[in-house]
Write a protein that binds this ligand. Structure first.
Ligand code: GDP
Ligand code: ZN
Length: 315
C-alpha cells in the first residue's frame, strides 16, 4: 500500500493510506531502511508499506486497537526542507518532505519585523525550490500610518514576486486571504518565535495549536517527546507542525552560492570584471552597478553583504 507520513514520533510514524476512508496505520521502518542514515524520512514523505496484522493491541491497558504496518520504501520526494547540521561533518536533517511553500511570518510589532530575517527565510525557500509567501502579522498593534509604512518597506518583496499578506490573528483581518494562499497546499509557517504562527493557525482553523512553534511550550503537556505532524486544513491543504523550523538556517550555504539566492542579482551574475567577484570590494562589479542604478534595492544588497560576511567567517 502507498501512503503519506502524517506524524513522526521517535522511530515510529503514522501513515495515511492513499485509499480514501481507510484508517491510518502505525508504521515502523523495515530494518534495512532503518540502518541506512540516507533514508531519514520526515512528515510529508510518501511511503510504501505492508500491513502486518489486522489489529494490534496498543497501550498499557491494551484496549486500543491500531492498524500497524512496516514501511519498506520511501518514495522519491518532490521537495525537501532541511535544517543545517550543527557540526560540519554531520548530515543535514530532514524537517519535512513534499512541501509546497513556506509562509514567512513576521510581526508589525512585538517583535518588530526585520527585513534581514525575511531575506534569510527567502534564501531557505529558494534553496529548497519552494514558493514563499510573506505574512506580516499583528497589524492590530499599529496605527494605520505605521501599517502603511511597513507595507511600503515590504513592497520590494512584492516586486520580486512574493505575495504579501497583512494579518491580525486577533481581529481576523487578512486571515481569509491567508486561507486562500494555504488552500490545497502543504505549507510550513516559519518565522521568529512570538510573531504569531500558532495564533494564526488557530485563527484559520479553530482548535489548531502549533505545539512546536514556541520554545516556551516545549516540555509542557502530555507529549514531552518532540513530534512532527501534518495538520489537515478542513478547507483543503495542510500545515506542517515540526520543532525543526526553529533551527532552520543558512549556515551550510557556501558564500559563493549566496548571490544566486538573491533573485534580482541574477541578470548581473557573470558580468563582473572578476570572475570570482564577491560583489563587495571589487571594482567593475555588475551587481554594484545595478545597485547604483537602483535596479537592486539597497536593503537587499546590505542583507547580502551582511550574510556574506557571516558565512565567510564560519567557513
Ligand atoms: P509563535 O511563537 O510564532 O507561534 O507565536 P504565538 O502564536 O505563540 O503568539 C505569540 C504572542 O503574540 C501571543 O501572546 C499571541 O496572543 C500574540 N499574538 C499573535 N498574533 C497576534 C496578533 O495578530 N495581534 C496581537 N495583538 N497579538 C498577537
Ligand atoms: Zn560583482
Amino acid at each position: 500500500m502507498k501512503g503519506t507520513v502524517t506524524k513522526l514520533y521517535g522511530k515510529a510514524c503514522t501513515v495515511r493510506p492513499d485509499t480514501p476512508l481507510l484508517e491510518s496505520y502505525e508504521c515502523y521502518l523495515r530494518g534495512r531502511l532503518f540502518e541506512n542514515p540516507k533514508t531519514h524520512f520526515a512528515v510529508g514523505d510518501r511511503v510504501e508499506f505492508d500491513p502486518v496484522e489486522e489489529f494490534h493491541r496498543h497501550g498499557a491497558s491494551g484496549d486500543e486497537d491500531r492498524l500497524t504496518g512496516v514501511i519498506h520504501e520511501i518514495l522519491p520526494r518532490r521537495s525537501a526542507l532541511y535544517r543545517p547540521a550543527k557540526k560540519r561533518e554531520q548530515a543535514p536533517q530532514l524537517v519535512a518532505a513534499n512541501i509546497d511553500q513556506l509562509v514567512v511570518v513576521s510581526a508589525l510589532k512585538r517583535p518588530t519585523y526585520k527585513t534581514g530575517l525575511i531575506d534569510r527565510y527567502l534564501i531557505i525557500s529558494d534553496r529548497s525550490e519552494l514558493r514563499a509567501v510573506l505574512c506580516l502579522n499583528k497589524i492590530d498593534l499599529g496605527q494605520p500610518k505605521e501599517v502603511e509604512r511597513a507595507r511600503k518597506a515590504l513592497r520590494t518583496y512584492q516586486k520580486l514576486g512574493y505575495p504579501l499578506i497583512l494579518t491580525s490573528a486577533i481581529t481576523g483581518e487578512g486571515c481569509q486571504e491567508l486561507k486562500e494562499r494555504l488552500e490545497n497546499k502543504r505549507s510550513v509557517l516559519v518565522g521568529h518565535s512570538g510573531v504569531g504562527k500558532s495564533k494564526l493557525a488557530g485563527r484559520i482553523q479553530p482548535g489548531v495549536i502549533l505545539t512546536s512553534s514556541d520554545v516556551r511550550r516545549s516540555g509542557k503537556g502530555r507529549h514531552t517527546t518532540t513530534v512532527s505532524s501534518l495538520i489537515q486544513l478542513d478547507f483543503g491543504g495542510e500545515l506542517v507542525d515540526t520543532p525543526g523550523v526553529r533551527e532552520l538556517g543558512i549556515a551550510d550555504i557556501g558564500r559563493r552560492e549566496l548571490a544566486r539566492h538573491f533573485d534580482e542579482f541574477e541578470p548581473y551574475l557573470g558580468k563582473c570584471q572578476f570572475k570570482s567577484c564577491s560583489h563587495i570590494p571589487e571594482p567593475g562589479c555588475a551587481v554594484k552597478e545595478a545597485l547604483q542604478n537602483k535596479k537592486i534595492h539597497r536593503a537587499r544588497y546590505e542583507s547580502y553583504e551582511r550574510l556574506y560576511h557571516e558565512l565567510s567567517t564560519r567557513r
